[in-house]
Design a protein around this ligand. Structure first.
Ligand SMILES: Nc1nc2c(c(=O)[nH]1)N[C@H]1C(S)=C(S)[C@@H](COP(=O)(O)OP(=O)(O)OC[C@H]3O[C@@H](n4cnc5c(=O)[nH]c(N)nc54)[C@H](O)[C@@H]3O)O[C@H]1N2
Ligand SMILES: Nc1nc2c(c(=O)[nH]1)N[C@H]1C(S)=C(S)[C@@H](COP(=O)(O)OP(=O)(O)OC[C@H]3O[C@@H](n4cnc5c(=O)[nH]c(N)nc54)[C@H](O)[C@@H]3O)O[C@H]1N2
Ligand code: SF4
Ligand SMILES: [Mo]
Length: 729
């Protein structure tokens, strides 16, 4: 190593896993990124995306200064000028049309740094009803279930993968995603460990995924078939007396209603709806009950469904009924250094405090589902937008109409480091400094981590003199939007005040007062200094049972049988009784999603090392389905749904269940004017053009993108890749 090289330990902040990395820098250039073996959570594991942290930092297309749109292009503008103009324009919209005329969308990476605290402050100051986040195309159903069953939306249980004897993965692909709402870097190794210690791993997924390849058993459920499968399993657990009645009596209320619900619903009835043999359903139930410890881990595949809430509810019931809630090896709750869950139960969550303008969608924990964003802009309810770390044009179902809607806004400000499919419509884009220039304390993800821990993110590079972090940008926007008597005078004072309360300082205060902090534990307590000095964070031990301390329900019991959930489940059972299998005229395949190890939602496609090789945006199709349509591997096909159509190559593989196709999201960068030039040069189409925004989880309103009806045919030669997104009624 040359003398000038330095190596700095921090985390890769690209996804929830937050793996520990060692970044080597020579002459201001990142020359190596490797796993940090001392990291208390990831223990040296990284995925191929980690090196993209360097690629992003050095990317010439990454914005370094604020830019203002002039005609069809962007020109640099100073920060002060930018904030002054944004303030003027946003206040004008608010003055003319009211607070809710300003919409705000907060995307996924916002939740990967503590800057999000200031995002929340801006949201509060805007006072708008039109607040959206990527949560409503992500974990909304899980939060909804947590709120109703445990009394707080934060109480989404974590899978104790490192101690379980039986891991059943339902609609998740942790071998690629490294887990979400269960932070488990190196998921692949953790899964292998379950088997090494004699445990079993089962994957229930319409596709034989990378995770399924590591498992003892793969059950190819039909898309959307999971609630039937789970109800069938519950029937077996109840009728064969396989439940842990003592645990249920101690922890739960409503068990009688669940027993009654499933009493007559046999696996034989469930089988055709689940696409799984009755005998397999019976065995899954018996083995779940027989294992020393067992846990169902469910995620996007079942969450982003019309039945998202219902399915997560049933998942939690199966875990609780077999005595696996709040015990090692089961579904547990972390004890993070800032114990958000402990206090979240005292905050009102609220469902239906307001609705969208159509009255169809209710707010949930003070936000509306992103499914209505496009319509609210189109019908004039929203006149101006603020987006922060999001790319909803590619990441949300919007019939391809969000593009034009954003273009028609009175004013739009984006906080992002790229000119994306979304931000290209902005009047002003405000770029934060690069992740490697930030210093941070990882206080959010320990809430969902498989071990209690606290880790520190050191700066690798000094930020440019005029660079701002996301939180500083948010703080400046906050001051612009506060009703101040003398704007010029007071904003300066406010900025100085906010600098005193940086997220890092607030986090340090939270840690000091938290369960491991010096205020509780005296001098031996956890401090930011100790975390900073550590080689890879501080390990705070395995998860500990603590439901009694956390639960926020009135009777302090887990609510197994909320009446509206029960009614929805009965409606499903009625469908079965009437043999009403879901069908859609003219469409014969179900479309599901797919993630790739080198891709992260919509935004890593500008790092050359992440996108080399063949086109990944393919439609995965079973050989029998391909043969029936006379399609050969690699041929361009038109995938058509009720809302749109795209042309992508077909990839023929028996990894996928017949009747199902899988296409990844986050592609389709060829829009004119986007600034990420590598991405723009790639093939790939926006699969969200096919998903119907009006199809949402019944309870939370989260987008349902995992069982969309489509048809597939060989692409006509005229379907050039350039004109593939067209509404077809
Ligand atoms: N490499 C990579 N990692 C990522 C991301 C990424 O884009 N790329 N994104 C990050 C983010 S933001 C998140 S939220 C997480 C998501 O993490 P995961 O939920 O683990 O990721 P997915 O790959 O979407 O997994 C969903 C699985 O559900 C299956 N599925 C689809 N429909 C059904 C169904 O009806 N029933 C069942 N049982 N299964 C079904 C799909 O085949 C797929 O395997 O990943 C994070 N990590
Ligand atoms: N069909 C389908 N659609 C899906 C999914 C699916 O499985 N299927 N998955 C959904 C899921 S789980 C998620 S989380 C969403 C994600 O949806 P979004 O959050 O809307 O989109 P991302 O693709 O994550 O885009 C992130 C944006 O933030 C910018 N960015 C990155 N880091 C930072 C930062 O530190 N600060 C700022 N200010 N900007 C930053 C990037 O340049 C990019 O423009 O997509 C969802 N969409
Ligand atoms: S799994 Fe990959 S992308 Fe996610 S934090 Fe770890 S290294 Fe980064
Ligand atoms: Mo996500």
């Amino acid at each position: 190593m040359p003398v000038s090289a330095t190596t700095i330990a921090r985390q890769c902040t690209l996804c929830e896993a937050h793996c520990g990395i060692l970044v080597t820098v020579e002459d201001q250039q990142v020359t190596r990124i490797e796993g940090n073996p001392d990291d208390v959570l990831s223990q040296g594991y990284i995925c191929p995306k980690a090196t993209a942290m360097g690629g992003l930092h050095h990317d010439p297309d990454r914005l370094r200064t604020p830019v203002r749109r002039v005609g069809d292009s962007f020109e640099p503008i100073g920060w002060d000028e930018a904030f002054a103009e944004i303030g003027r324009r946003l206040r004008a919209v608010r003055g003319a049309h009211g607070t809710s005329a300003i919409g705000m969308y907060l995307g996924n990476p916002a939740a990967h740094s503590s800057s999000v605290i200031y995002g929340a402050l801006l949201r509060a100051v805007l006072l708008t009803k039109n607040f959206f986040t990527a949560s409503s195309i992500d974990q909304f159903p899980q939060e909804f279930v947590a709120w109703r069953m445990f009394g707080s939306n934060v109480l989404m249980p974590v899978v104790d993968i490192d101690r379980t004897d039986r891991l059943v993965v339902l609609g998740a692909n942790p071998a690629v995603s490294n887990g979400s709402i269960t932070t488990m870097p190196g998921a692949k190794l953790r899964i292998k460990e379950v088997r090494k210690r004699g445990g079993k791993v089962v994957v229930i997924d319409p596709r034989r995924t990378e995770t399924a390849r590591l498992a003892d058993e793969h059950v190819a459920v039909t898309p959307g078939g999971d609630p039937y499968l789970l109800l069938g399993m519950l029937h077996v657990l109840v009728t064969e007396k396989l439940c842990d009645e003592a645990a249920i009596a101690k922890q739960c209320s409503g068990w009688g209603e669940i027993r009654a619900l499933v009493a007559d619903f046999t696996p034989e009835q469930a089988a055709p709806f689940a696409g799984v043999d009755a005998q397999v359903i019976r065995r899954l139930a018996r083995e779940h009950a027989a294992a020393e410890s067992a846990v169902l881990y469910a995620r996007l595949g079942v969450c982003l469904q019309v039945t998202g809430t219902l399915t997560h509810w049933l998942v939690n019931i199966v875990n609780a009924a077999t005595g696996n809630l709040d015990r090692p090896g089961g579904h547990m709750f972390a004890t993070p250094p800032i114990d958000a869950a402990r206090f979240a139960k005292y905050l009102p969550v609220g469902h239906g405090a307001w609705t969208d303008s159509s009255g169809r969608f209710k707010s949930f924990r003070s936000e509306l589902p992103v499914a209505v964003l496009t319509d609210e802009i189109r019908n004039g309810t929203i006149r101006a937008m603020v987006t922060y770390a999001g790319n909803p044009v590619l990441s949300t179902p919007n019939r391809g109409e969000l593009d034009a809607a954003l273009e028609g806004l009175d004013f739009y400000v984006a906080v992002d480091m790229y000119v994306t499919e979304t931000t290209r419509h902005a009047d002003i884009i405000l770029p934060p400094i690069s992740p490697l220039e930030r210093e941070d304390l990882d206080v959010l993800l320990p809430v969902f981590s498989v071990r209690n821990n606290l880790r520190y993110n050191a700066r690798v590079f000094d930020p440019p003199a005029d660079g701002l972090e996301d939180w500083q940008i948010m703080a400046r926007l906050v001051t612009e939007m506060l009703p101040l008597p003398a704007r010029g005078v007071t904003t300066g004072a406010l900025h100085r005040l906010f600098e005193q309360f940086s997220p890092l300082r607030l986090s340090a205060l939270g840690v000091a007062t938290g369960p491991y902090g010096v205020l509780r534990r005296g001098l031996r307590g956890l401090t930011v200094g100790k975390v900073r000095e550590s080689a890879g964070g501080v390990d705070l031990g395995p998860l500990r049972p603590r439901l009694r301390q956390l639960i926020g329900t009135k009777d302090r019991k887990v609510q197994l049988a909320p009446p509206d959930f029960l009614a929805a489940a009965r409606a499903l059972l009625d469908d079965v009784a009437h043999g009403a299998q879901a069908t859609a005229d003219g469409y014969d395949l179900r479309l599901i999603g797919r993630r790739h190890l080198r891709s992260n939602n919509s935004w890593l496609h500008n790092v050359p090392a992440m996108v080399k090789g063949k086109d990944r945006c393919t439609a995965l199709m079973h050989p029998a389905d391909a043969a029936a349509r006379h399609l050969t591997d690699g041929a361009p096909v038109t995938v058509t749904s009720k809302t749109g159509s795209i042309v992508v190559p077909v990839e023929v593989s028996d990894d996928i269940r017949p009747g199902t196709i899988a296409v990844p999201h986050g592609w389709g960068h060829q829009e004119p004017g986007v600034g990420w030039q590598v991405a723009a040069s790639l093939p790939g189409k926006n699969v969200n053009a096919l998903h119907d925004p009006s199809l949402t989880d019944t309870f939370s309103g989260a987008a349902a993108v995992n069982s969309t009806w489509v048809r597939v045919q060989a692409a006509e030669p005229a379907d050039t890749p350039a004109d593939t997104v067209a509404a077809v009624g």
